[in-house]
Design a protein around this ligand. Structure first.
Ligand SMILES: NC(=O)c1ccc[n+]([C@@H]2O[C@H](COP(=O)([O-])OP(=O)(O)OC[C@H]3O[C@@H](n4cnc5c(N)ncnc54)[C@H](OP(=O)(O)O)[C@@H]3O)[C@@H](O)[C@H]2O)c1
Length: 331
């Protein structure tokens, strides 16, 4: 079968390699999935660039965590799935401790993958494979941030999402479905109308308005927001804290604005707010989110789809930042 690998020691997208691998066999509790679509997350860029936690991969590794496809075979002891079922893999696969697809485990940028049945969820019927491939990392992270960590987001809340990538746009969609107002930030004026069309009430250009927390406070009549989907990390955390309403929360997810910092935590204390570290989520959260996606007929936002042979071009387009939501590779 065809696969792409990140070679041991890889430092750039140009090192991605197309290879032939033997098709996987199913162990007793495994399900063999014919992967139909995958989606890129920021971490996939870090893995191929040798900058993911721990540095470059130490063995040739099939990249990417997020995939959806069709069950083509099951092991003798499998009870949750049967051939023909449409499934997506969970980001963390069962194990002690659980481990992530795409590093350290081999990922889904290949035609077939064999996974333990407990590392899969059924797809919402209304989603295509491309749309479903957007869910396992970005959307589950957004679900965990909004509804499972700290006070759950509810109707009438205001949520601030930083940037317009996979996690932030999933959070926008899920928060709107819960009846919340969403304010977004973006580096790009071109993205403003697209993000408003998805339901953001306001979009602040954080390059032209570097003190965007003041604009957040102005837009909320001084009250601040109930939740910040914080994908900037050390570089944005201080402003996120100053964006909060009393009793608000920050879901700390990413580090796109810098990993090192010396942030004064006093604003959290003064507003009685909380800070929650988020690391994707588990299968139960994925299934809970899928129920909300079905009820609310949510379809993930795909900016562009690339064919399997053009995986390096997909990585380069994603690395350019010139997208809203998700970039997908079909298999
Ligand atoms: N902890 C977890 O469980 C978890 C899970 C998923 C992702 N993450 C992390 O969360 C972050 C986002 O991941 P992703 O996959 O959603 O990324 P992505 O799809 O690649 O989106 C990146 C977007 O973030 C925005 N951005 C970049 N620098 C920014 C800055 N300084 N301030 C505000 N926004 C900025 C940009 O939006 P504009 O072009 O609109 O400015 C960019 O398009 C990454 O750091 C990733 O590692 C963590």
């Amino acid at each position: 079968m065809r696969a792409w690998t990140v070679p041991a020691g890889s430092k750039s997208i140009d090192e991605l390699r197309a290879v032939e691998q033997p098709a996987p066999a199913a162990g007793p509790r495994d399900v063999v999935v014919r992967v139909r679509a995958t989606s890129l997350n920021y971490r996939d860029q870090a893995v191929v660039a040798g900058q993911y936690f721990g540095g470059a991969v130490s063995r040739d590794t099939v990249p990417m965590s997020d995939g959806a496809g069709e069950v083509i075979a099951v092991g003798a002891a499998v009870s949750r799935f049967k051939p023909g079922d449409r499934v997506a893999a969970t980001f963390f696969q069962p194990g002690a401790p659980p481990a992530a697809l795409g590093s350290p485990l081999d990922g889904v940028l290949r035609e077939q993958v064999a996974l333990n049945e407990d590392g899969l969820v059924a797809l919402p019927d209304h989603l295509s494979y491309e749309e479903a491939a957007c869910l396992p990392c970005a959307a589950v992270t957004a679900w965990n941030a909004l509804f499972r960590s700290g006070r759950p987001t509810k109707a009438g809340d205001t949520v601030l999402v930083l940037g317009t990538g996979g996690v932030s746009i999933a959070a926008l969609q899920l928060a709107r479905a819960a009846g919340a107002r969403v304010i977004a930030t973006s580096s790009s004026d071109e993205k403003v109308e697209r993000v408003k069309a998805l339901g953001a009430s306001d979009v602040i250009n954080y390059r032209r308005t570097p003190e965007w927390e003041q604009e957040v406070r102005r837009l909320t009549s001084g009250r601040g927001v109930d939740c910040v989907v914080e994908i900037g990390g050390a570089g944005t955390l201080a402003r996120s804290m100053r964006s909060l309403a009393r009793g608000g929360k920050i879901a700390l997810i990413g580090f796109l604005a810098g990993r090192e910092g010396d942030t004064n935590p006093t604003p959290l204390m003064m507003t009685g707010s909380s800070l929650h570290g988020i690391f994707v989520g588990d299968r139960e959260m994925f299934e809970e989110m899928n129920r909300a996606i079905i009820v609310n007929r949510i379809t993930p936002v795909i900016d562009r789809v690339f064919p399997f042979d053009e995986a390096p071009a997909a990585y380069k387009f994603h690395a350019s930042g010139a997208f809203v939501g998700k970039v997908v590779i079909t298999v």
